[in-house]
Design a protein around this ligand. Structure first.
Ligand SMILES: *Cc1c(COP(=O)(O)O)cnc(C)c1O
Length: 384
């Protein structure tokens, strides 16, 4: 009996998100308006509030770009980036004329490590960009190292909402800025969107200015009392990175559902961990008791003695009607990064080796129990 194809990822959208987006459209606020301001406030509150400021943007890529721009990264600067990430993390470094320095990852967590970062620090190091891969927070020792060396941290938390490394929620720590993604497949979504959070008011102000054409609210507000409403001041050649109200309306509902959706992914992950314990695969690291894993991705690794290559596994799963994916093709194995940085596979041995055997299984919150069981059955059939 032919089975319906289960895609690798689907968004988890209820009638509430649909109604909220429609209501925003009916209100006339199609671009940035009151719902974006409310989304920023609610997002900052979710992380603990206080002096945390949230700046909504139209992608995490935009947020990473704004954060690096605000800390002043430019030509001649180096920014440390794990090779185990999506190209967005490193491309924004290039937008500013700076140079990404790729570092290797821990073979268990696939996150960068204090040792790999330490070895990459130079007098030109301007920033460090840790990536909380799959939603497992980076070891806090990495942040301590950066703090001790006076290196600002711009966290790529595209996978890590909500997550906690045991010292507090990702985004509520001492990073200069933390950037979340609301892309269609991420843990909460606005279709396209993102959020930058920071405790530094100067950084927040610079990012707010640069997110909308370099128009300064403060300068604007200073003139507001005396000048006509059409008056504004351009203080820099900014970007067009603002989020829309219909997207923020979706985001507000997703934010309210974020913990429940995370718990659903954690339950799916637990089912997989139990069901695959006897198979010839390495299961993902889950972090210590103190860690809250966002479980954005569930990544297994083929053991060579299993006798099946990763590519063959994905093909077999597709025949069984289950979509799989690979996270990530390390940056140094892509032509652009390989050629422009001269990074060879031997320079980043863990990532080069682990890439050959990783597979991401469907693990999104909208999955039904029957779909989870289908994945379990297909994986067990293919591997035994
Ligand atoms: C998805 C992703 C991004 C980019 O997010 P967008 O919102 O699509 O710009 C950046 N980094 C990582 C690790 C990602 O997975």
């Amino acid at each position: 009996m032919p089975q319906e194809h289960l895609p690798f990822a689907l968004p988890d959208i209820s009638e509430d998100e649909i109604e909220a987006a429609v209501e925003a459209m009916r209100s006339g606020w199609l671009t940035t308006g009151p719902r974006v301001a409310e989304f920023e406030r609610e997002f900052a509150n979710f992380l603990g509030g206080g002096d945390i400021q949230a700046v909504a943007v139209n992608s995490a890529t935009a947020g990473l770009h704004l954060a690096l721009e605000a800390i002043g990264a430019g030509p001649g600067d180096e920014v440390i980036v794990p090779t185990w990430t999506f190209t967005a993390t490193a491309e924004v470094v290039r937008y500013l004329g700076a140079t990404p320095v790729l570092v290797d990852v821990n073979p268990s967590s696939l996150n960068l490590t204090a040792a790999s970062v330490e070895a990459a620090i130079s007098p030109r190091t301007k920033a460090l960009m840790p990536v909380h891969f799959a939603g497992l927070p980076v070891d806090p020792a990495v942040r301590s190292l950066a703090a001790a060396r006076g290196i600002p941290v711009v966290e790529d938390a595209a996978h890590a909402f909500p997550a906690d490394d045991g010292t507090g929620p990702v985004g509520a720590g001492d990073a200069a800025a933390t950037v979340f993604s609301f892309y269609a497949t991420k843990t909460i979504t606005t279709g396209e969107g993102g959020m930058v959070v920071t405790r530094d008011p100067a950084l927040a102000q610079r990012m707010r200015t640069m997110r909308l054409h370099g128009i300064s609210r403060d300068v604007f507000d200073r003139y507001r009392s005396t000048a006509p409403a059409w008056r504004y001041e351009v203080v820099a050649p900014g970007y067009k990175y603002n989020l829309t109200d219909p997207a923020a309306a979706m985001g507000l509902v997703q934010l309210r559902r974020a913990r429940a959706m995370r718990d659903r992914r954690a339950a799916i992950a637990q089912t997989y961990l139990d069901a695959f314990a006897d198979l010839p695969v390495d299961l993902p690291a889950r972090g210590g008791r103190e860690v809250l894993h966002a479980w954005h991705l569930f990544v297994i690794r083929m053991r060579t003695e299993g006798g099946r290559s990763r590519d063959a596994f994905i093909e077999e799963m597709a025949k069984a009607g289950v979509g799989c994916s690979v996270h990530f093709i390390p940056l140094h194995l892509h032509p652009y990064w390989h050629d422009s940085l001269g990074a060879r596979p031997d320079d980043l041995p863990v990532a080069s080796a682990e890439f050959e055997r990783v597979v991401s299984l469907p693990a999104f919150s909208a999955m039904t129990d029957a779909q989870v069981e289908r994945v379990v059955g297909a994986v067990r059939r293919v591997l035994t």
